[in-house]
Design a binder for this molecule. Structure first.
Ligand code: ADP
Length: 255
């Protein structure tokens, strides 16, 4: 038997299928305007891709802000619980999870059993999230996936505003003054690292630290965070999927 975890985030819908030992399939789609439609499509797509029938799946668990819109799930679980569970499944020596997604960032602390002992979430403001980097990449006329490469080796410009709206004006003024895209890109990543460090220092850090969410794909930001926080930070190809993985693990083990 299998379980499926579906994480409908603000930007991306992620699904994984789990056989009790391993993640045997994954799928990601833009959330778009309808979490319900995205969830329905992602479920149909993942079943088709791994050639598994719906009746071979014992449980479908939903998480992420769009979980409430999914009519076909057996159980809804919060993102904090699923991220904690997913990270612990990937590596049971993880004690701190830093997750930066499309519209929020969170720090989750786990004990040696993988239970959540503390967490802090910033979901009030786009600063320090994927949304911030998306807006700034648009202003720089680059793709967000190029940010890390462009900023690599450049001396970071100072971006003083934390607020996305003010920081965008700052980026536009810097460009008008002739500052290079490379330095601005580095400054923007540094500002996300500084902001994340602020969140981390309020919860406290414990080794081993895992970086998840779509923004964790930015390797330069990971390096900047390591320097700022002062510990090694781990990530994985499955980093953007850890909420969905946690949901699938919960579905498999707890049903
Ligand atoms: P959510 O769960 O809120 O939908 P995700 O964890 O799926 O968020 O991450 C989506 C975010 O990841 C988007 O805001 C996107 O801008 C960001 N992202 C994707 N690739 C990169 C990258 N290479 N560098 C920085 N951010 C990225």
């Amino acid at each position: 038997m299998y379980s499926i975890g579906i994480d409908i985030g603000s930007v991306a819908g992620k699904a994984v299928i789990f056989d009790g030992k391993e993640v045997i399939g994954k799928k990601i789609l833009p959330t778009g305007w309808s979490p319900k439609e995205t969830g329905t499509k992602i479920l149909a797509d993942i079943l088709k891709e791994v050639r598994i029938e719906r009746n071979q799946v014992k449980s479908i668990v939903g998480t992420g802000y769009g979980r409430v819109a999914l009519p076909f799930i057996e159980k809804k679980v919060t993102e904090i619980t699923c991220h904690g569970r997913g990270a612990y499944y990937l590596d049971n020596s993880i004690r701190t999870v830093i997750d930066i997604g499309g519209q929020d960032s969170k720090v989750i602390k786990l004990n040696e059993k993988g239970n959540i002992v503390d967490f802090l979430m910033n979901d009030k403001c786009a600063a320090g999230t994927g949304r911030f980097l998306q807006v700034m990449s648009n202003a720089l006329e680059i793709d967000i996936s190029e940010l890390s490469q462009i900023a690599s080796g450049a001396e970071a410009e100072n971006i003083n505003s934390m607020c996305t709206v003010f920081a965008e004006s700052e980026v536009i003024s810097l460009m008008a003054q002739g500052a290079k895209k490379e330095g601005i890109a580095a400054g923007l990543l540094q500002s996300v690292a500084n902001r994340t460090n602020g969140l981390v220092s309020r919860v406290g850090i414990e080794d081993r630290v895992f970086f998840s969410g779509g923004v964790s794909k930015n390797s330069l930001l990971k390096n900047m965070l390591e320097k700022k926080i002062g510990v090694d930070i781990y990530s994985s190809d499955l980093s953007q999927f850890i909420g969905a993985i946690g949901a699938a693990v919960i579905g498999f083990e707890d049903e």
